[in-house]
Design a protein around this ligand. Sequence first.
Ligand code: GDP
Ligand code: MG
Length: 160
Amino acid sequence: LNQSIQKLSMSEERTFIAVKPDGVQRGLVSNIIGRFEQRGYKLVGIKLVQASQELLAQHYAEHVGKPFYPKMADFMASGPIVAMCWEGKNVVKQGRVMLGATNPAESAPGTIRGDFGIDLGRNVCHGSDSVESATREIGLWFKPEELVNWESNSAKWIYE
Ligand code: GDP
Ligand code: MG
């Protein structure tokens, strides 16, 4: 299963990217998708999810029990989330760079959070922080059959 989520070729690394309820409410979905698309990453999974507390507790297992967790989880369950799986060379690390720092106050302009966010608890988007987290999160949010293996015709214009 893990091997089907994280393929072996380096250019085919996968990450989990989500537009949080604030990003959906504010109409930022197409902008965020567009940034990954225009960069050259390949979309292999996408759906709109109303997340349950159970799913969020698994997704944010490292944060359960922290003082900010209950409000953060309620916020994440307050509306639809766009769950996505993106594929490409170094996409886990580069995806985090594209998101910007966790706190939008520290995110550089040009990043998603730096362009669209002000407060820590309304930082618009999520991205896996490591290849291991990505594998875990993709497995949590997507069934294997919801991920599509397809060949991009522009790959040769993106990768040398
Ligand atoms: P991320 O991986 O960059 O999203 O950051 P973390 O994994 O550290 O935290 C997960 C999410 O919880 C962040 O994106 C924030 O929205 C929220 N969060 C993290 N730390 C705090 C905090 O101290 N207070 C509040 N209110 N929210 C936080
Ligand atoms: Mg995190």
